[in-house]
Design a protein. Structure first.
Length: 708
């Protein structure tokens, strides 16, 4: 017999306290475009179930396999529930319990001493372990601004594509995700939404059932590619060449909305001249795909204009993790304007909707606490090199202290051999706020237990839809865990910071996220609020660029000495350019993990299996490799030992190192980032995880199958 449930109402500060089952509205905190609305069922103070909120249109009561098991994460037997102090060598993972008072007093003392020499020797390191505006960069940013610590350039995921869209469309803006359901052609470019954008996939499937054509562009034959009508398996880093060839065909066949181009774009004659330099035959040679695939896709796209049908592109961040990622994003962002796709609410392109949320970052982060100081900025994607640098006039002071929260850099940052070397420095003071003893936590001097999403307040934006969400705490914090905000409040007190902003409660911070731009009462009442935006935002132009037009030519880039037009920028490590390392490697996320989160959830790890390197049969046969073989993947930066899988998901010349497993779970205590580089993208200073050449060598043959 099912128990009756109830939705917990206001007041905002209340937790369910009686003995009857209750459902508490929340929001998924993880780095996924969907940002689902959650319902957590609580009984006797214990969260017994997390499910999707059926009242939220985008969630529709459905969660991914990962978050549906969130109680397993919250109540995990290895959850950190008390402060710990290191007692063994760096990286050994040897700790002993310590009180909060002792931990915060010692941390404050160490930071005060370093700051007295130079506060810029202290570096925060954080990203999207939670996407929440409050438990992310609110109280933490206030603390580091008041301290005068180095700033962090948070580049590790999306800055190349984001900058490309900003230079072309004016920001991370695009069509509304729900209208993909009405599109007649959907191009899924550099994305595997079955694994990473589940609710978009629901809209795409609706369109497919109604007759829409679906094309996937991805070096890997992903689960999504299998479900599309066509898969274009281009080489990593060649997306701009493909986009320019599509433009060439649109121009050659006059599949163009000349009125839209004249009234709502900037730089069309120059872009036209460049695109005509990219016939399909040239792009096919660069992308290593059949020329007929390029021509057919251009024809499908152009015919949408001819027949006045909406065509939509769902772009994701996989394609921008190469040297030319910013230019590639720019080139793709130009395509909808050529055929006037923006005239339809079901036409255009979506990379991220995050630029449409009116987040008041100044109210959250309080930049005035810098008091006129201009600290240096450390790029999180080059943390391996940065931790190994000595003081210099160019670099500034040597990094003496690192405060890590919402991130696991030892596992996720590129060229991790150097990252590990830097974190292993005995003279580096490291504090890590965490739920579990990750690879990074193993290198901490202090481990501070942080709350999970079920235990704290937060407000969320999204980058796959346009609803703001509120997360209420469903249960009291377990053990001695504290929200990030509370940890930084208490650390500020121990540092002697008396500024009144450090007394702001989490509810006050939640209300500050959007100010009066979003009705906070609506968030309290239903858990989400839909931004008031037009259905077809650029039907009549009005792009948030300086000109108000789609800027094919960016005067802002030209002023920096960069190419004002999008172009194909070859990889740092171009496929086919090295006899020593003949294979390109990409490292797409494992379907049952989210970056390095959920790796330690046993039920999900059991589904995922083990770290794998997917290889095409042609490349495997040339090296005597079979499924189950143990191989060494290596380049000039390091080597990684892993099990091979001969797979139809890999194309010839490209291997897929599935990530991101914790290093300690790898065969030799490493993961795929042992091989990736600290090179940066053309725009946005982002990492180039998929711009990586390797060789693969057989170490141990696959075991013989057992006779039945």
């Amino acid at each position: 017999m099912s128990l009756p449930t109830r939705i917990v109402p206001a007041p905002a500060s209340a937790l369910p306290s009686d003995l009857s089952p209750a459902q508490v509205r929340g929001a998924c905190p993880h780095d996924c475009p969907d940002t689902c609305s959650l319902l957590t069922t609580v009984e006797n103070g214990v969260a017994i179930k997390v499910q999707g909120n059926p009242e939220h249109p985008h969630t529709g009561g459905v969660l991914c396999n990962k978050v549906s098991r969130y109680t397993e994460r919250t109540y995990h037997p290895e959850r950190l529930l008390q402060p710990l102090k290191r007692v063994g060598p760096k990286g050994s993972g040897q700790f002993e319990p310590v009180s909060w008072e002792a931990a915060l007093s010692d941390i404050a003392s160490r930071l005060t001493a370093i700051a007295a020499r130079d506060p810029e020797a202290i570096v925060p390191y954080s990203y999207a372990g939670t996407m929440g505006q409050v438990q992310g960069e609110s109280m933490a940013a206030r603390f580091f601004n008041r301290l005068g610590a180095s700033l962090l350039d948070r580049t590790i995921c999306a800055t190349a594509g984001g900058e490309g869209f900003t230079q072309t469309l004016g920001g991370k803006v695009g069509m509304k995700v729900e209208f993909f359901a009405e599109s007649r052609l959907i191009i899924i470019w550099g994305s595997n939404p079955i694994g990473s954008n589940l609710h978009f996939w629901r809209y795409a499937q609706q369109a497919k059932r109604d007759g829409a054509r679906m094309v996937c562009i991805d070096p890997r034959k992903s689960e999504t590619a299998e479900k599309c009508h066509e898969h274009i398996a281009l080489l990593p880093g060649t997306d701009a060449a493909l986009a320019l060839a599509l433009m060439h065909e649109l121009i050659s066949h006059d599949w163009l909305d000349h009125d839209y181009l004249a009234r709502h774009t900037l730089g069309w004659p120059a872009l036209k001249e460049r695109a005509l330099q990219w016939p399909p035959e040239r792009a096919a040679a660069v992308c290593r795909v059949p020329v007929e695939q390029i021509k057919a896709l251009a024809r499908d796209y152009g015919q949408c204009f001819v027949n006045r049908q909406p065509a939509a592109i769902r772009l994701n961040y996989g394609m921008q993790r190469v040297r030319g990622g910013g230019n590639a994003a720019r080139a793709v962002a130009c395509l909808p304007a050529l055929i006037g796709a923006w005239r339809h609410r079901a036409g255009g392109v979506l990379l991220s909707s995050s630029g449409q949320f009116p987040v008041d970052k100044a109210a959250l982060q309080r930049p005035e606490l810098l008091a006129g100081r201009r600290p240096r900025t450390i790029n999180m994607s080059t943390i391996g090199d940065d931790l190994l640098r000595e003081s210099s006039p160019q670099f500034g002071p040597k990094i003496e202290a690192l405060i890590v929260y919402n991130s696991n850099p030892v596992a996720v940052a590129p060229e991790s051999g150097k990252v590990v070397q830097g974190f292993a420095r005995e003279d580096l003071f490291t504090v890590v706020l965490e739920h579990f003893q990750t690879d990074t936590a193993d290198h901490a001097d202090y481990l501070l237990p942080a709350t999970t999403q079920l235990e704290h307040w937060d407000v969320h934006s999204a980058y796959g839809h346009t609803d703001a969400l509120l997360n209420r705490p469903a249960i009291a914090p377990l053990g001695q865990a504290k929200p990030n905000t509370q940890i930084f409040r208490e650390l500020a007190v121990h540092m002697g910071f008396t500024d009144s902003c450090f007394s702001d409660t989490d509810e006050t911070l939640c209300r500050a996220v959007y100010g009066d731009k979003v009705d906070f009462q609506e968030l309290l009442d239903q858990g989400f609020a839909t931004l008031k935006l037009p259905d077809a935002p650029f039907a009549e132009g009005n792009f948030p660029t300086p000109s108000g037009r789609c800027e094919f030519f960016s005067a802002r880039l030209a002023a920096q000495g960069l190419d004002g037009l999008p172009d194909h920028v070859p990889n740092h490590e171009t496929p086919g350019s090295s006899a020593e390392f003949p294979l390109a490697m990409i490292s797409p996320p494992a379907r049952n993990f989210l970056n390095s989160s959920f790796v330690n959830v046993k039920s999900l790890r059991d589904i995922e299996g083990e770290p794998l390197l997917e290889m095409h049969e042609q490349d495997a046969a040339a090296r005597g490799i079979h499924s189950g073989s143990i191989v060494k993947v290596f380049n000039q930066r390091g080597e990684y030992r892993v099990k091979a899988e001969v797979s139809r998901r890999a194309r010839p010349g490209v291997v897929n190192g599935m990530g991101i497993w914790w290093r300690k779970l790898g065969l030799d205590g490493t993961n795929v980032n042992q091989l990736t580089s600290q090179h940066l993208t053309d725009l946005g200073r982002g990492p180039v995880f998929y711009d990586c050449l390797v060789e693969v060598q057989l170490l141990a043959a696959a075991p013989e199958p057992q006779a039945m």
